[in-house]
Ligand binder design. Structure first.
Ligand SMILES: [Zn+2]
Length: 435
């Protein structure tokens, strides 16, 4: 792609509350940021009109191989994780590479329009053809100019439980998949689960790759593979490169045990990704009442110094019929489920779909990388909101999505035209008397 002209954004609001800020993007980078920047010859000028300037949303946990397959070949009647896995098993032999690529590309379009700049997606390797891996490698290359994809080699049916899974996983890594995945709680026994964690961490260490496992996606408080993951992270010196996704069993664990576990996770530099929409939907399915929420202990993990991100996980697939690539919806659900309603908690939920997820993906932060600062890549999204809290409240419209200084997507502000007698004509949900 040729270089876009300079882009001068006028009158934006920053996440830290500073208003009236201009941004200049040139040569793919943010070259100036501050009030009343001088005009630039040939620049495209965009009036932000006070809208909120954020770095792009990042999705730290997704299944692009299953996305948009809802109803193929049937829908999940029970709504459980295990029926979803069975249903995916029925669908797998029917998949074609072309159809999978087409669905994945469609989802990537949705993601870009919603201001997502990078997605870590799992790719099922429990298939001799490695069809999902091949399709997503093709998609990764095709979308690279406008969206970063990271692929995780994910043994959906169990590394040790599914014949050939280890060989297939290694073949996937040989083909260029970025991250080592796993699913210890789905192995036949606790011992096999622990063995799978050891094998996968050693494989990642040998290949110099990060690890991101589905870990303890269960309501069983005795599902404690996360401690084994922390142990091998520590032993192999993989600090900062290992992620435990879901970790829902922590919701149901004994408080005393958790008080020992959290410092171990922090010590190992383990990162945790919760998937609020999916956790609240799939967990607690075997409960009557009270029915557990099933999301991991987000505020407690953060307080212990563990980086926590939020993922979308599923959109219109065997596990979840809903979703629209909206990371603000993900963050808002996380806020509700974890009751992170304080001002600080609200901001933490916004961070969980932006900078925290950038850390999970290992994206460089600051100069030349992620962030809205001079020297960072000119990747940002303009939200129709005055603050991160308002963006969450409104699932704010993405007015402008920019990558490398190039405008990828524009949306008109969300307003309604009312015809009520004696009432104002325009409804704007960002304007309220107290504000
Ligand atoms: Zn998942």
């Amino acid at each position: 792609m040729n270089t876009p002209p300079p882009l001068l954004l006028r009158n934006a609001t920053l996440l830290d509350g500073r208003t009236g800020i201009d941004l200049l993007a040139q040569g793919g980078l943010i070259t100036a940021l501050g009030p009343a920047l001088p005009a630039v010859d040939g620049a495209e000028v965009v009036d932000a009109a006070g809208a909120l300037l954020s770095p792009p949303f990042i999705d730290a946990h997704f299944h692009l191989d299953a996305a948009l397959s809802h109803g193929l070949p049937r829908v999940n009647a029970s709504g459980t994780l295990l029926e979803g896995i069975r249903l995916w098993g029925e669908l797998k032999p029917l998949l074609t590479e072309e159809a999978l690529v087409e669905r994945a590309l469609t989802y990537c379009d949705w993601a870009v329009a919603r201001g997502i700049g990078a997605i870590r997606t799992h790719a099922d390797v429990c298939d001799e053809r490695l069809l999902a891996v091949r399709a997503l490698l093709q998609v990764r290359q095709q979308v690279a100019p406008y969206l970063d994809l990271q692929l995780v080699a994910f043994p959906q049916d169990g590394l040790l439980r599914s014949p050939g899974a280890m060989a297939n996983l290694q073949r996937a890594l040989d083909l260029g998949v970025d991250v080592v995945g796993g699913i210890p709680h789905f192995e036949r026994t606790q011992a096999e689960g622990a063995e799978s964690v050891r094998l996968l961490c050693e494989l990642a260490a040998a290949r110099g790759l990060p690890v991101d496992m589905h870990c303890d996606e269960s309501d069983d408080p005795m599902s404690r593979h996360i401690e084994t993951l922390a142990l091998h992270t520590q032993r192999l010196g993989l600090h900062g490169r290992v992620t435990a996704s879901h970790a829902t069993s922590m919701h149901s664990m004994d408080n005393y045990y958790v008080s020992k576990l959290l410092p171990l996770l922090a010590e190992a530099g383990l990162q945790v990704v919760a998937n609020p929409l999916i956790n609240i939907t799939l967990q607690g399915r075997h409960d009557s009442y009270p029915r557990r929420r099933g999301m991991t202990r987000v505020p407690e993990l953060l307080a212990a110094g563990v980086n926590v991100g939020f993922g979308h996980d599923c959109v219109m697939d065997p596990w979840y019929a809903l979703g629209s690539a909206d990371m603000l919806e993900v963050a808002a659900m996380g806020l509700h489920v974890a009751q992170m309603t304080s001002q600080a908690g609200t901001r933490q939920c916004f961070d969980a779909v932006t900078v925290n997820n950038a850390r999970v993906l290992g994206l460089p932060l600051g100069a030349g990388g992620y962030g809205v600062e001079v020297g960072c890549r000119a990747d940002f999204v303009l939200l129709q909101a005055a603050s991160p809290a308002e963006a969450l409240r409104l699932r704010a419209q993405r007015l402008l999505v920019v990558r490398g200084g190039r405008v990828l997507s524009r949306m008109p502000p969300a307003t309604a035209l009312l015809g009520l007698p004696g009432r104002p004509t325009f409804v704007d949900f960002t304007r309220h008397p107290a504000g």
